[in-house]
Design a protein around this ligand. Structure first.
Ligand SMILES: O=P(O)(O)OC[C@H]1O[C@H](O[C@H]2O[C@H](CO)[C@@H](O)[C@H](O)[C@H]2O)[C@H](O)[C@@H](O)[C@@H]1O
Length: 277
């Protein structure tokens, strides 16, 4: 399958991929990793209420140790400020709203995808969604700076179609917006050629990581992470956590959040050994 840049992207069933935990020194092949991580389903397990997706102190310590030996970025669908608050580490880079809103150490803040033009449409869509979905029990309309997530995880099965139909109608009223699926969520995003893969590419260039002795790793669990896996295929390593509904462009897999932490711990030790620290 070709992606938008006409690269042929190989896709596999997640269950058929080798475990990324098996042989980490071989996986990074003597290169220094730059690590890009999704948040929900990767650093914190999927839970019923997005507000309760809290990262453990152990995972925070793991990330802190990793960020001492290589570049680390969290690339999330969440609002950037929200994911920064959840992770609470100031030597990481953060890309929120699916990569539209990027921050980092030394007051770095930039919005390379040009999403601000979609804010009036997002504001109007949010009002309509709040109004039209207010009677549906369990629905959650989560506003991010540059996206809206309509969550139906806690909606009764016989009401889910209504939620999706209303969401589709509202997107149809705003050519500035497009839809994007996720885990029990339908998102409204700026209708622009920008996604997590483009944000990762932007960070690689900006942080001067585009070098033969550096290997970018991207770890994620959701459909929105496929853009990053596809972007890195052939030059980096995509690692799928668990599974989603489609084939994946990742080349390795991890089972769950615990596996992610074990992988990051071993990766840190491997880098330290390489650096003789
Ligand atoms: O790119 P991510 O960091 O993985 O963010 C994707 C979405 O994650 C959140 O929703 C998902 O996780 C929730 C908590 O586990 C779960 O309740 C929900 O069903 C999932 O879709 C977040 O709320 C969204 O804004 C992110 O886009």
């Amino acid at each position: 399958m070709k992606n938008q840049s006409n690269k042929i992207v190989q896709k596999h069933e997640a269950k058929d991929l080798p475990s990324a935990l098996q042989d980490i020194p071989n996986l990074i092949n003597g290169k220094k990793p730059a690590v890009f991580l999704d948040y929900d389903g990767c650093l914190s397990p999927i839970v019923k209420d997005p507000e309760n997706a809290v990262m453990t102190e152990e995972m925070r310590d793991t990330l802190k140790r990793l960020a001492n030996v290589c570049s680390v970025a969290v690339v999330s669908g969440r609002d950037r400020a929200n994911v920064e608050k959840l992770v609470q580490l100031d030597n990481l880079y953060y890309a929120g709203s699916h990569g539209f809103d990027i921050s980092g150490p030394n007051n770095m803040h930039t919005e390379p995808g040009g999403a601000s033009e979609a804010v009036p449409a997002l504001d109007k869509a949010q009002k309509t969604l709040d109004d039209r979905l207010k009677e549906v029990e369990g629905v959650l309309v989560e506003r991010k700076r540059y996206a809206i997530a309509v969550h139906y995880r806690n909606v009764a099965d016989d009401q889910v179609n209504k939620v999706l139909q209303v969401t589709d109608e509202v997107i149809g009223q705003h050519p500035e917006l497009k839809k994007g699926p996720g885990k029990k969520v339908m998102e409204l995003k700026p209708n622009l050629d920008w996604h997590k893969g483009k944000a990762v590419r932007w960070l690689i260039e900006e942080l001067d990581l585009n070098k033969p002795d550096i290997v970018p790793l991207y770890i994620g669990d959701d459909l929105t992470d496929e853009d990053a896996f596809a972007t890195l295929q052939g030059e980096g390593i995509g690692i799928m956590v668990g599974e989603h509904d489609e084939k994946t462009a990742a080349e390795y897999r991890l089972e769950d959040v615990e596996d992610v932490q074990a992988f990051l711990e071993t990766l840190t030790q491997t880098i330290r050994r390489q650096q003789n620290v």
